[in-house]
Design a protein around this ligand. Structure first.
Ligand SMILES: [Zn+2]
Length: 764
């Protein structure tokens, strides 16, 4: 194809005239390195990114060749040197578009009113997102799912003995924050609570974990038919697990309160003086048993489309059978201070200036909850930026839109970052720069109720995703502070770390440096910064609790998750709002902006790579760690893991060979597009091969054999095998180990095949 034809093809694609296009490019980019362009055009390859380069060449000739020819070779995993240089220019343009002012403006739009799933405001925001994306040039579809609803009609809590106290279940306004006066702020309620009414004695059960009930039993305290009062706990344990545990213990209702020792004044200054939770803050939240199966409880494993089969609610394993209410410490204190019975152990004592007792007789409470469970529509907004060359390969990005109240951090910080990301991609597409692969951006609904919107969408498109999807990048809350937390399946950890080198943290360091320093302290507990390296920096242990779940655990897609953290005591309360973000979380919206840049650059690298940057040697060494951890401190004499360890070694060796061959092929200047296609599709298959169609024992929806989650949402590696070993169920453990072994062998074989494919042209 001659240069003229190339430009014609480009013009047809973009709908712009040649002249327009050239001027736009002069505007949009620093001039391309002419030498590299020329050497590229001299190569045999004719993949259509040549369009762009041809234009660069034209621009250079029109403008007169510039002297700024970079001699340093840019290297990016998965790119030839030439395409890496081009990619760097695209990224530099992309990074220049998002602005803190726009992040703040978008954040205000999403945080101006409460927008819980199913509310008119949340649906209005869906239309707003759709309109924006259409204007920006995305193909937009709004998908509707009709799901089992859970909305409060009536909630009340009273202490009836020894003294009367009616819980306010409300959050009072705070000075300086006009939004805290909003009449639309809901009272305390728990998503998916059962309906009912009970008057019963109250027992304090600490964090509400199984061992807490064991302790109570030893003290002669039975919770059957009683109401249990538990606290949110640190480290985080999903409230749905607390509810299930109370239900199994036979409790009639569970009250979950925020103790000041966990997220209030014991941690630091509270709102409006600081980021921690004030006296009245209530951590709302769902108690759905989505660790059994997420999404609409009535359609486990398939999408809640119109006319879809639905199971009876009584058969749905993810619907709790216990009543639940969240409480502020303001409402919990009168209960706790009136309780009798044994004094609670030292580590059960909290931050209130009282002695905590276990209770059981003196305090009696009346709980009444009526929920509306009628079917309600959730709306997922899907925006598609069709790939210029490989439209049937998808990079999927997503953030949930629904919030418990205003969603200052969770999720509207992420939504603001996403809206800036689509604006930037749209602006570039209008200037003629489209991604090579398709980028699909989704605004999920009902995440807070059970990961519902993303699960239904993932179930609806599972077959297509398994054929076409490269990866999913989730951003739930983008920002509550400056500490970066990056998660990736182990095959994508190296590309995540590499990407952070090309971004600037507001501290003045690169994001890689800033991440290394904070990660050392926070996650790795390293005493020395030298203990942090590229191999252990990314968090490769991925649990549940956000919208990546369906993509990783059901579809078998590689996933990434990104977040900036900081002191944050107002999670799921009315004080998680615009005021909080502007005073504590990210006053200058610089981390929101950095998130947009990072998220977008990752998406662009996955969308534009010549060879997808999966590192299977990294995967293998992580799997080895998972197996080593599984064995730690356990008697494993009943299970021979030797064959698995050997299979991991072989998978690692194959991964290393493929890395080397890919790197050789890339640096040699070019890869035939057909060959690249074979390699990329094969590499995409590796993640799918970690799926077991039967799922993990007892939880068939969760199909990934390397990644799973505990009922607390905590990460759980090798879930089927680990759970069997923990139960000392050796026949199941053996069967799960065999499944793992076979998957390792299958992937080793596949990676070997890809490696040979890559080596045929080089070795001829
Ligand atoms: Zn969230």
């Amino acid at each position: 194809m001659a240069e003229g034809q190339i430009i014609e093809a480009w013009v047809v694609q973009t709908g712009l005239s040649k002249l327009d296009e050239r001027f736009r490019f002069v505007d949009a980019f620093p001039l391309c390195e002419v030498m590299q362009v020329m050497s590229f055009l001299g190569s045999k390859r004719l993949i259509s990114s040549a369009f762009v380069c041809a234009l660069f060449l034209s621009v250079s000739l029109v403008a007169g060749a510039q002297s700024q020819i970079s001699q340093t070779q840019i290297s990016i995993l998965g790119f030839t040197p030439h395409d890496a240089a081009h990619e760097a220019q695209i990224e530099s343009k992309f990074k220049s578009i998002p602005s803190p002012d726009e992040e703040r403006r978008q954040h205000r739009i999403f945080t101006s009113e409460p927008h819980v799933a199913g509310s008119p405001r949340n649906n209005e925001l869906a239309r707003y997102v759709a309109d924006q994306w259409r204007t920006e040039g995305f193909e937009v579809v709004i998908r509707r799912y009709d799901v089992y609803g859970s909305n409060p009609k009536f909630t009340s809590l009273e202490m009836v003995a020894p003294v009367h106290y009616r819980a306010g279940l409300r959050e009072l306004p705070v000075r300086g924050d006009p939004d805290s006066k909003d009449k639309a702020i809901s009272s305390a309620w728990s998503g998916m609570s059962a309906s009912g009414e009970v008057t019963a004695p109250l027992v304090y059960a600490h964090s509400g974990n199984p061992e807490d009930y064991d302790y109570l039993r030893k003290q002669g305290i039975d919770v059957k038919g009683k109401v249990v009062l538990v606290r949110y706990s640190n480290p985080y344990s999903y409230r749905g697990f607390k509810a299930l545990t109370a239900q199994r213990e036979g409790a009639a209702a569970i009250l979950i309160y925020s103790d000041p020792a966990e997220d209030g004044y014991k941690m630091g200054k509270v709102v409006p003086e600081g980021p921690w939770g004030p006296e009245y803050h209530i951590q709302r939240g769902a108690i759905t048993y989505d660790f059994m199966v997420p999404g609409d409880p009535l359609t486990p494993g398939w999408a809640s489309m119109e006319g879809a089969k639905r199971i009876p609610a009584s058969d749905a394993v993810s619907i709790p059978k216990i009543m639940a209410l969240p409480l502020s410490w303001h409402d919990a204190k009168p209960l706790l201070s009136n309780m009798d019975g044994p004094v609670a152990p030292a580590d059960w004592q909290g931050g209130l200036p009282i002695k905590y007792h276990l209770g059981g007789n003196r305090v009696r409470v009346h709980v009444k909850i009526e929920m509306d469970n009628s079917t309600q529509p959730y709306y997922v907004v899907e925006g598609r930026m069709r790939g210029a060359e490989l439209p049937d390969e998808w990079v999927v990005l997503g953030n949930h839109r629904d919030a418990w109240v205003f969603g200052g951090v969770d999720p509207s910080s992420g939504t603001a970052s996403m809206m800036e990301l689509t604006r930037a991609l749209g602006q570039m597409a209008k200037a003629g720069v489209r991604p090579k692969r398709t980028i699909i951006v989704c605004s999920w609904d009902g995440e807070e109720m059970g990961l519902t919107g993303s699960t239904e969408w993932g179930e609806q498109f599972a077959d297509e995703l398994r054929k076409k999807a490269v990866a999913y990048i989730n951003v739930d809350s983008s920002t509550s502070g400056p500490v970066f937390h990056g998660q990736a399946v182990a095959s994508l950890a190296p590309m995540l770390v590499e990407t952070t080198r090309s971004l600037n943290d507001p501290s003045g360091k690169s994001l890689r440096e800033a991440w290394g320093e904070s990660s050392a302290v926070k996650r790795l507990h390293a005493k020395d910064l030298r203990q942090v390296n590229d191999a252990n920096l990314a968090d490769t242990r991925i649990g549940s609790g956000s919208d990546h779940t369906v993509f990783l655990n059901f579809v078998g897609m590689p996933v990434l998750g990104l977040q900036f953290d900081g002191p944050y005591g107002v999670y799921h309360s009315a004080y998680d709002d615009f005021f909080w973000m502007n005073h504590f979380g990210d006053p200058g919206y610089r981390y929101h902006t950095l998130m947009t840049q990072l998220w977008g650059v990752l998406a662009l690298r996955l969308a534009n790579a010549d060879l997808l940057p999966f590192d299977f040697a990294s995967y293998a060494s992580n799997i080895r760690e998972f197996v080593n951890e599984l064995q730690k401190g356990k008697d494993m004499s009943q299970l021979n893991l030797q064959p698995m360890m050997l299979a991991i070694d072989e998978f690692e060796a194959a991964g290393k060979q493929l890395n080397e061959s890919a790197s050789r092929a890339l640096t040699s200047g070019g890869i035939d597009p057909k060959l690249a296609d074979t390699i990329n599709h094969g590499a995409m298959q590796v993640e799918r091969n970690w799926l077991n169609p039967d799922g993990i024992p007892g939880r068939p929806w969760f199909k990934h054999i390397l990644y799973g989650a505990r009922y607390t949402y905590a990460h759980l590696e090798l879930p089927g095998l680990t759970e069997a070993v923990e139960k000392q169920d050796w026949p199941t453990a053996k069967q799960q180990a065999d499944i793992l072994l076979r998957a390792l062998q299958k992937n080793t074989q596949l990676v070997h095949e890809l490696n040979s494919e890559l080596n045929i042209p080089a070795g001829k």
